[in-house]
Design a protein around this ligand. Structure first.
Ligand code: NAI
Length: 376
């Protein structure tokens, strides 16, 4: 692991998720931008001292020629560091699990995707919410035509936590997220809008043809957007609306997706992730619960407990790890991944996310007109 040390947020979630299926073992790391703190964290986490590194560069050098070298690295650092870290490990022949947004610039995203293709290295991108079993059920239902042709996609990711200037009050996570050099061009749209955009595309299979965006910065002095509204025209005529906000008081992690077709609709909410609501034309809403035997193979492959025993965020994240492990093994064996490794987010999904942020910021800067994302 690179990053994810003491006081960091997502590194801990990666560690829970990686352990759940016994497919990964944490054996080495450069856990902190401050080397001494990183070593202390490594010792607390039972990492052998000779595999706790001062920096990602020394980790690449230390690991690349070991007979028991790491198979994969998880990159859990702020956005601007993803590209150099991922590139260095790929060039050393090591598979990569990278946080989103994959990079801070479109040029880096293209270069990383190309490098993954050229070298054949696996690059998984942790779009967490595509790990939920009921999201796979929604995708299966759309693809087998239960909703008919899709007309409207509504997706939103509202959060409250940056409703005040916490970046100036010592909040580590908010500090780099409001710095364009570290976060990239898009504030809320890069941080959480990319999750929402990926989720909408993942479930519906639709590709964006054009977007038009309106960004706002409500907290005084903040350099990046903390609220975004984006209209999306999808290929085939469907229309989408995406809202990301870091100033939505009362909202914790209110990611919500609704999809409306000619025959029916689906609704899913991250804070009640075990349920999917399906409504047929003129019918009553039907609640589909996780854990049933009649759900799709992809859904069942990501289901751990029977109906009524709730699963949540950690399990969704671990489904990504299970999928990454299966993808890496399938690649080594020269076969197609099984259902648990099907449709995991990879470098092209990362590239699409960065291209979306770029198009959104360009559209806003040009007065909100329609633009085509460079990759969709
Ligand atoms: P954080 O600020 O809590 O942690 C960052 C960690 O990286 C710290 O331990 C820091 O010391 C370390 N670090 C920074 N530069 C480093 C370097 N050059 N070498 C080694 N370590 C270094 O950040 P947070 O919130 O955990 O976010 C990290 C990444 O995860 C971001 O890209 C963010 O967008 C993404 N993220 C993804 C989520 C998801 O649902 N998939 C949720 C939250 C964050």
């Amino acid at each position: 692991m690179v990053g994810g040390g003491l006081g960091a947020y997502i590194g801990g979630i990666h560690r829970y998720a990686a352990r759940l299926d016994n497919q990964f073992e944490l054996v080495a790391g450069a856990f902190d931008v401050d080397a001494a703190r990183g070593h202390a964290f490594a010792a607390d986490n039972f990492i052998e001292a000779d595999r706790s590194y001062d920096s990602f560069q020394s980790m690449v050098e230390g690991e690349r020629n070991r007979p028991d070298r790491i198979d994969a690295v998880a990159i859990c650092t702020p956005n601007h560091t993803h590209f150099p870290i991922a590139k260095a490990f790929i060039e050393a022949g090591i598979e990569v699990i990278c946080e989103k947004p994959m990079t801070t610039t479109i040029e880096d995203a293209i270069a990383l995707h190309d490098l993954a293709k050229e070298t054949g290295r696996f690059v998984g991108v942790t779009y967490t919410y595509s790990g939920y079993p009921m999201i796979h059920e929604a995708r299966a239902m759309v693809s087998r035509g239960d909703l008919g042709k899709i007309r409207v996609v509504q997706v939103e990711y509202p959060l409250e936590w940056m409703a005040t200037g916490i970046e100036l009050q010592g909040n580590q996570q908010a500090a780099w997220r409001t710095d364009p050099k570290k976060n990239g061009r898009g504030g809320s749209i890069g941080d959480i809008g990319t999750h929402a955009y990926h989720l909408a595309g993942f479930v519906t299979g639709l590709k964006a043809e054009a977007i038009a965006a309106d960004l706002a910065t409500f907290v005084e002095g903040r350099a990046l957007d903390d609220n975004a509204h984006v209209m999306i025209r999808y290929e085939g005529g469907a229309r989408g609306l995406l809202w990301s906000s870091q100033v939505a008081i009362g909202q914790s992690n209110g990611l919500r997706l609704r999809v409306f077709g000619e025959k029916g609709s689906l609704a899913w909410h991250q804070e009640a992730p075990n349920e999917l609501v399906f409504t047929e034309l003129f019918g009553a809403p039907k609640v589909i619960k996780r854990g049933r035997d009649d759900l799709s193979l992809e859904t069942r492959a990501r289901t751990r407990t029977p109906p009524g025993h709730p699963e949540g965020y950690i399990e969704a994240f671990s489904n990504l790890y299970q999928g990454f492990a299966e993808s890496i093994r399938a690649k080594a064996d020269g076969r197609e991944p099984n259902a648990s490794g099907a449709n995991v987010p990879t470098s092209y999904d990362g590239l699409k996310g960065v291209a979306f942020v770029d198009a959104v910021v360009d559209s806003h800067e040009q007065g909100g007109g329609w633009l085509k994302p460079k990759f969709a």
